[in-house]
Design a protein around this ligand. Sequence first.
Ligand code: DHB
Length: 391
Amino acid sequence: DTTRVGIVGAGPAGLMLSHLLAKAGIDNIVVEKRDRGTIANTHRAGILEHGSVRLLTDSGVDGRVLTEGHRHDGIDLRFAGESHRIDFADLIGESVWLYPQNEVFVDLADARERDGGDVRYSVTDTEVLDQTTDTPKIRFTDVDGTAVEIHCDILVGADGSQSVCRRSIPEQVRTDNFVEYPFAWFGILTEAPPSAPELIYANSEHGFALISQRSDTVQRMYFQCDPGTDASVWTEDQIWEELQKRVDGPDGFQLKRGRIFEQMVLPFRSYVCEPMRYGNLFLAGDAGHTVPPTGAKGLNLALADVRVLFEAIDSFYATKSPELLDGYSDTALARVWRAQNFSYWMTNMLHTRADANPFERKRALGELASVTSSRYGRQYLAEGYTGWPHS
Ligand code: DHB
């Protein structure tokens, strides 16, 4: 098979790029090792920056984000048992949308199907070759066992944090930047009404907790745990007690409890591959970088990469000039490092190290108080959380 752009990975990054390219009349094929149902049921974060929402709606993916998602005009930072609202709408005139990543996938997958996109799920043995030539290739075995080779002009690695595409870049020509954290998140889905109208990011001496939502009847919550934690041995009562302990305060705030139907540990780290390009192979989303979950930047950053990469590819075919493609890595990385800093800052500000001494505890409370008591501090947080303007 021959196409212009070969995309590895049909997560939100790969499908969004495929959708934008197709709308611009640029042929592309997407290959994905998972089946559609598995991706649709993979629970990830649930917050979309306003720029991400605009990208979905302006490109005609679907209006479901607007009808089924919920606009949030702020969040609560809770520490020392008290909540402090960060009012995005008042501070910077922006909002975010609560709309889970797996729903973004469903909308994109439906849009590709509706528009006749060529997306091949459940492929195996994916390899990329000839990345530095004018005809890079993707080789794989398709779902019915046929060996396939796709020849293209441009290869895109949107194949997630375990990226085959990234690993195809020789180690001598890429730099792996990473940092590990002594934290992980214990995440649950519960059948319960919302405990609060907006998200609560809670710091406590017992560790961090995030009270998020999915719908009127299903809620998503997380609490900081040791990376070695085995989620399966925790009982519902133990989980609720642990969550409640982290939001307890003189205001008597109580979580609304319900049956827990999913519990899992999410390990985390920060990673950036530089450059995000090798010859005619371009990395987008988690294939190029991963962020810790605090602040929900992962999907938003992936969509920001895709917007820049789409414009570069579109300009390449329109003008035959590779100028924007040559600038892709630097342009994308400028936002990636800001998001890395935001995620790192939120993570370290809100989590509590198991070995924190009284100085460190009190310093952390000083930081939280200085951010929440200053309009400038709240504005800084609001800008990063809702998403800096797209360049
Ligand atoms: C969710 C996850 C996050 O990491 C975050 O910062 C906000 C919300 C979520 O899954 O709802």
